[in-house]
Design a protein around this ligand. Structure first.
Ligand code: SF4
Length: 341
């Protein structure tokens, strides 16, 4: 494999702004934080703001490659905007969105390009030349393990992989998916700033606008997160009833099942424990339950985590049971839980 001849183009640098080569390119431009408040850099700031907003709204960041320089420079600027929000939800969401888009792009790249991107993360990834083995790549298992710890789908478990001489075999899609984990961690690391620099007024105003948008679209409850341990006594009456029903093997309506699963996932119950809850059903199918739970948890498909329906929807479907005093003050089961804990 001729790695030396595979060079990143300007288009690649704009598409993959996490590469070392992009960082070096941006460094050479010697752009300062204060410059971004300058009208001649307005387009970069505009695009950076759009990047973070897209992450909040769609959990994805589109690619606008017509002006490669603006696209490239908008990445460090967007990172800075996310830092300026000082909001851990926005930062996490932005890192995830950049990683998801990187995955969408990388899975379409030729293997030479994937190899050089992998080199950027110091991976020991090589091409599989054995025609009998239907995989494109081989990855050293330590690199493999480092990037699969957060992935819950069974297919990533080492026991389910083809492993030979310390290498795990991967398809092109799988290599792109694991590289996107590196991208997520890389962006998250860039967002960990202990001491905030003094940002120009314009940046702070834009960061405020982004925070407002997040509260409007995502909701304060979801953004603030929940305590690490699950407090069952703080479940709202509707969820309590669903939880009791499922624990004693009673069937739930489709919406009841969705409300319970999404509620438990959002307050931090691991998908494995949620799957376990449904085991007492007479028609239990581990494959189907796993698929549904992991889909709701955002570990499959669009990788969007779903939240339970609002109280008025649950009332319409007869899932709202014995509302208590606190119910009068909230419109969402997660808001009830948050207030009670
Ligand atoms: S009002 Fe909302 S939180 Fe309370 S029981 Fe009904 S659906 Fe649940």
């Amino acid at each position: 494999m001729q790695l030396a001849t595979t060079k990143f183009t300007k288009n690649d640098l704009a598409k993959y702004p996490f590469l070392k080569e992009t960082t070096e390119y941006v460094k050479k431009l010697d752009l300062k934080i204060e410059d971004l408040a300058n009208p001649e850099f307005a387009k970069i700031l505009e695009r950076a703001e759009e990047r973070v907003e897209e992450a909040i709204l769609y959990a994805l960041v589109s690619r606008k490659l017509r002006n490669e320089e603006i696209e490239t420079l908008s990445f460090p600027t967007a990172t800075m905007l996310a830092v300026a929000t000082e909001n851990s939800f926005i930062k996490k969401r932005y890192a995830l969105a950049e990683a998801k888009q990187a995955y969408n792009d990388m899975k379409l790249e030729p293997k030479e390009k994937i190899l050089v991107i992998a080199q950027n993360f110091k991976w020991k990834l090589t091409v599989n030349n054995d025609a009998e083995i239907p995989y494109k790549f081989k990855l050293q298992f330590t690199d493999y393990l480092r990037n699969t710890t957060h992935l819950r789908e069974k297919k990533w478990k080492l026991v389910n992989r083809l492993l030979s001489k310390g290498n795990v075999y991967l398809t092109r899609n799988e290599a792109a998916r694991l590289l996107s984990e590196e991208v997520r961690k890389h962006v998250e690391k860039r967002l960990e700033v202990k001491e905030l620099p003094k940002f120009p007024q314009k940046i702070m105003e834009t960061a405020e606008k982004i925070k407002k948008l997040s509260v409007e679209k995502i909701g304060k409850t979801e953004m603030e997160g929940f305590p690490k341990t699950i407090v069952q006594t703080a479940f709202p009456p509707c969820i309590n009833a669903l939880y009791q029903a499922v624990s004693s093997g009673h069937h739930l309506s489709h919406i009841g099942r969705f409300a319970l699963t999404s509620f438990l996932i959002n307050i931090g119950m691991p998908p494995e424990n949620v799957i376990e809850l449904f085991k007492s059903f007479s028609d239990y199918s581990e494959r189907m339950t796993r698929y549904q739970v992991e889909h709701i948890a955002g570990e499959r498909g669009s990788r969007t985590r779903y939240i339970p329906p609002k109280c008025d929807t649950l009332q319409t479907h007869g899932v709202c049971t014995n509302p208590d005093e606190l119910c009068q003050k909230v419109h969402h089961p997660l808001a009830y839980y948050r207030r009670k804990v």
